[in-house]
Design a binder for this molecule. Structure first.
Ligand SMILES: *[C@@H]1O[C@H](CO)[C@@H](O)[C@H](O)[C@H]1NC(C)=O
Ligand SMILES: *[C@@H]1O[C@H](CO)[C@@H](O)[C@H](O)[C@H]1NC(C)=O
Ligand SMILES: *[C@@H]1O[C@H](CO)[C@@H](O)[C@H](O)[C@H]1NC(C)=O
Ligand SMILES: *[C@@H]1O[C@H](CO)[C@@H](O)[C@H](O)[C@H]1NC(C)=O
Ligand SMILES: *[C@@H]1O[C@H](CO)[C@@H](O)[C@H](O)[C@H]1NC(C)=O
Ligand SMILES: *[C@@H]1O[C@H](CO)[C@@H](O)[C@H](O)[C@H]1NC(C)=O
Ligand SMILES: *[C@@H]1O[C@H](CO)[C@@H](O)[C@H](O)[C@H]1NC(C)=O
Ligand SMILES: *[C@@H]1O[C@H](CO)[C@@H](O)[C@H](O)[C@H]1NC(C)=O
Ligand SMILES: *[C@@H]1O[C@H](CO)[C@@H](O)[C@H](O)[C@H]1NC(C)=O
Ligand SMILES: *[C@@H]1O[C@H](CO)[C@@H](O)[C@H](O)[C@H]1NC(C)=O
Ligand SMILES: *[C@@H]1O[C@H](CO)[C@@H](O)[C@H](O)[C@H]1NC(C)=O
Ligand SMILES: *[C@@H]1O[C@H](CO)[C@@H](O)[C@H](O)[C@H]1NC(C)=O
Length: 733
């Protein structure tokens, strides 16, 4: 009670103080409203610490006033504040600008309040705000609510906001159709409704909005055809309709949008030819039509897109040759024709594009030799992906001193001869995959000095000889995936290499943070044998494995293998390894699959292997192992097949008991269901294996890959890799 009177007394003297200073009553109101706003906000970094009456209001952090000392602007963007936005702030009658973007504000926002205020600029983007949008104020010019949790439909009243220049409702949970009344906003320049759950057709009425420069409707569920009328928006610069359910053809009229710089139509159901009119888009910088059903030839007229930098046509059904005229595009940086049906040779004119960074021609029917000029034609080239074609001949000594390649992928072609030593010039190589060819010669030990190499795949070739490290003290310092399966290597296992694979020792255990390896316009994929299946998957930055199977390695498995404590998969099967399974293998505590089958291993299975608590696949069959099978932990999940063809193993799951008294031990049947590897594999990747026969979809990968730089954070791609599109990937291995 006493306290209360004291408080009201001090409040009273404050009022007096303000009156003495000749503040108007409305300024006192403003002070109260702002303090009320502050009281519902948490401010851990103390940005609002000077929001106290003694400090003149106009000097409060984040506040700006007009010439008459009335609050005009609140800018608390990126101040790490949380809590709720008190409605009081919308009652400030001279308020012009509110910027609370990039904070952690939550709670419901009433759009009635917003509409009754004097605001011209309202930016609440990147918070956790909820509410429905029901009304709008005619004064509002900028409304940015991107990346919040607003729900409900976009109301037809949106058309009332006739002064809006920017309307950004992207990255929320809006449903329903886009109201055609939106076209009443005649001054709108930027319309962003991307990444919601909108359905229905793109309203033709949009074409009445002649001032529009940017339309972002991607990542919704819009259907129907792309309206031809969009051509009327002459000033259109950016058109994003990607990741919807749009069908029909690309309207020829789009070619008349002569100011268009960015056109994204990827991941829809568009069909038909690439209209020749596209050559009218003289200012186009990025063209992404990937993941549709477009067919026919890529027109030579594409050469008229003289500003083009990014050309993504992957995962369509384009046929015919790679257009020669690409060569005359002076700014081209990225060309991805991956997964089409292109034929013929790579035109050597392609080497005229000296600005190119990414050249991805994988999974087509291309043939001929790999033009040697590809090795040094562009000093920017970082990705050269030619896998799954029919290139033949030898890889020439084509890699120049200034080779900047990060990924070289020639997997699954018909290349012959030995690997060129000039590859050692490519000091930035992170991944090299030349598996599935007919290479002969010896192991390219001259690559062991490459400082960045993480992935080396030479599987399924005819490489021979002994694997040994030569001069280098620390060979392959960053290697974490080594696949030499199906070759003709002999001699002992490469101890010198194994004991230096630092990247597979104590990898930081942040493996729950799934990060896919990707460059600016390219996601790294890799085919490898996982738990007995050969599959293709996007590559995680933390993934590790070693596959030396199907060679002629002999001798013992070296003890040092136990050092590879972050190894996920190890396959040494189908060699001539002898001796015991080293006890140190128990130290491979990250191992998820282990295949030592079809060797000449003897002795007992070390009990230490029980420490491999993530092991989901074990194959020790066809060796000469004896004695009891370790019991408990993971070992209770493996079935007979893991052990068959050995000399004298006994105990569960085998029917033979080690007591040797002929008494059959009944195996607990509930454990038998465990080997479910056919329906599910999971090793940190969210992978669901739905089938593995020819022509079936092998895997659905859910990977949130930030698709391109500079896009908002919700602009992520559900990266659906198309497997077995042409049923061509199933005959390997
Ligand atoms: C505010 O004052 C500045 C100069 O102090 C003047 O240029 C400006 O026009 C004034 N603005 C208004 C709205 O009166
Ligand atoms: C709002 O804050 C963001 C981030 O600081 C800034 O980019 C933007 O220009 C601000 N807008 C206004 C009108 O102050
Ligand atoms: C943001 O606030 C949280 C507490 O709410 C604090 O842990 C974090 O360090 C703050 N971050 C910055 C950049 O101030
Ligand atoms: C809103 O704020 C964000 C930063 O948080 C900024 O990137 C964006 O440009 C602002 N929106 C508008 C329309 O000014
Ligand atoms: C929307 O707000 C305006 C005032 O800005 C008001 O006149 C109108 O009645 C409101 N409409 C609805 C449906 O709330
Ligand atoms: C798209 O809308 C259809 C119904 O029109 C619905 O069945 C489907 O789940 C929606 N898809 C997505 C990805 O929202
Ligand atoms: C996509 O559009 C087609 C018609 O082109 C329709 O049959 C189908 O239901 C739509 N799918 C979704 C998910 O909306
Ligand atoms: C596109 O431009 C051509 C020539 O510039 C013109 O003949 C044609 O009518 C235009 N098409 C549309 C749909 O505007
Ligand atoms: C490639 O460049 C050379 C020299 O710059 C030029 O002579 C040739 O015509 C170009 N080829 C093509 C197809 O543009
Ligand atoms: C590429 O290498 C070839 C042969 O080594 C050489 O003749 C040619 O001049 C090089 N081209 C460039 C652009 O460096
Ligand atoms: C390697 O392959 C090439 C091309 O097929 C052949 O000429 C050469 O004799 C082969 N070398 C060996 C050692 O087999
Ligand atoms: C395996 O781990 C144990 C204890 O963690 C250690 O003593 C032993 O040296 C390790 N063996 C190898 C080969 O790394």
């Amino acid at each position: 009670m006493l306290n209360k009177t004291a408080k009201s007394h001090s409040l009273f003297s404050m009022f007096m103080f303000l009156l003495v200073l000749n503040f108007s009553l409305s300024q006192v109101d403003e002070l109260k409203l702002l303090l009320s706003f502050k009281s519902s906000i948490n401010d851990p970094s103390g940005f609002l610490s000077n929001w106290n009456p003694p400090t003149p209001l106009c000097l409060w952090h984040g506040i700006s006033c007009n010439n008459f000392s009335r609050v005009k602007v609140i800018d608390l963007a990126e101040k790490n504040i949380s809590g709720t936005i008190s409605s009081s702030v919308f009652h400030l009658s001279k308020m012009d600008t509110i910027n609370l973007s990039k904070n952690k504000l939550s709670g419901e926002i009433s759009s009635e309040l917003i509409s009754s205020s004097s605001l011209r600029y309202l930016n609440l983007s990147h918070n956790y705000l909820t509410g429905v949008i029901s009304n709008c104020s005619i004064l509002l010019e900028i409304l940015d609510l991107e990346d919040n949790m607003f729900s409900g439909k976009i109301p037809p009243q949106i058309g009332v906001c006739s002064n809006l220049k920017v309307l950004n409702l992207g990255g929320n949970y809006l449903v329903g159709r886009i109201p055609s009344s939106i076209s009443n906003i005649r001054s709108l320049q930027i319309l962003i409704l991307a990444a919601n759950d909108l359905i229905g057709q793109i309203p033709c009425a949009l074409s009445k909005m002649k001032t529009l420069k940017r339309i972002h409707l991607g990542y919704n569920n819009l259907s129907g055809e792309i309206p031809q009328e969009l051509v009327d928006i002459v000033s259109l610069n950016y058109l994003d309709l990607a990741f919807n359910n749009l069908s029909g053809q690309i309207p020829t009229s789009l070619g008349n949008l002569s100011n268009l710089q960015y056109l994204y139509l990827f991941n829809n159901k568009l069909t038909g030819l690439l209209p020749r009119s596209i050559s009218g888009l003289k200012k186009l910088i990025e063209l992404d039509l990937s993941q549709n059903y477009l067919f026919g030839e890529i027109p030579e007229l594409i050469s008229e897109l003289q500003s083009l930098e990014i050309l993504h046509l992957f995962s369509n059904d384009f046929t015919g040759k790679i257009p020669n005229s690409l060569a005359s595009l002076p700014r081209l940086q990225v060309v991805s024709f991956l997964s089409n049906s292109l034929t013929g040779e790579i035109p050597s004119s392609i080497c005229n594009i000296s600005s190119i960074e990414v050249l991805d021609l994988a999974d087509n029917y291309l043939s001929g030799i790999i033009p040697p000029c590809l090795g040094n034609f562009s000093k920017y080239l970082t990705i050269l992906d030619l896998q799954m074609n029919s290139f033949h001949g030898t890889i020439l000594e084509m890699f120049g001193e200034d080779c900047r390649l990060r990924n070289l992928n020639f997997n699954d072609n018909k290349l012959q001869g030995s690997l060129p030593r000039s590859l050692a010039n490519c000091r930035n190589l992170v991944m090299m995959d030349i598996g599935g060819n007919k290479l002969n010669g010896t192991f390219p030990y001259w690559l062991e000095t490459l400082p960045e190499l993480q992935v080396l795949v030479l599987r399924s070739n005819k490489l021979r000889g002994v694997l040994q490290s030569y001069k280098t003290i620390h060979p392959f310092p960053k290697l974490r995936i080594l696949d030499l399966a199906n070759n003709e290597f002999t001699g002992p296992l490469p101890k010198g290499i194994i004991k230096n694979m630092k990247a597979i020792m104590n990898l930081s255990e942040q493996q729950s943070s799934l990060q896919y390896m990707h460059d600016r316009y390219y996601t790294y994929n890799l085919s490898l044998t996982v738990k007995g299946f050969y599959i293709e998957l996007p590559l995680l930055t933390t993934f590790t494995s070693m596959d030396l199977s199907n060679n002629n390695f002999h001798g013992e498995i070296p003890n040092v293998i136990g050092k590879l404590s972050s190894l996920r998969g190890l396959n040494l099967s189908h060699n001539s390894l002898n001796g015991h399974i080293p006890m140190s293998m128990g130290n491979l505590t990250s191992l998820e699959w282990l295949d030592l089958s079809s060797n000449k291993l003897t002795g007992q299975i070390p009990d230490q292997l029980k420490d491999m608590t993530f092991l989901a696949f074990l194959n020790l069959s066809y060796n000469q192992l004896t004695g009891p099978i370790p019991q408990g932990k993971q070992f209770s999940t493996f079935e007979n097949g893991s052990y068959k063809g050995n000399l004298a193993l006994c105990d569960f799951p085998l029917s033979k008991s080690c007591n040797n008294n002929g008494r059959k031990q009944s195996s607990p049947s509930f454990l038998k269901e465990a080997d479910d590897s056919e329906t599910k594999i999971s090793f940190g990747w969210k992978v669901v294996l739905t089938g593995y026969g020819c022509g079936l979809i092998v895997g659905v990968i859910i990977g949130y890959v930030t698709f391109r730089n500079g896009e908002p954070k919700w602009f992520v791609t559900l990266y659906g890799v198309k497997y077995h599109r042409k049923g061509r990937r199933c005959s390997r291995n």
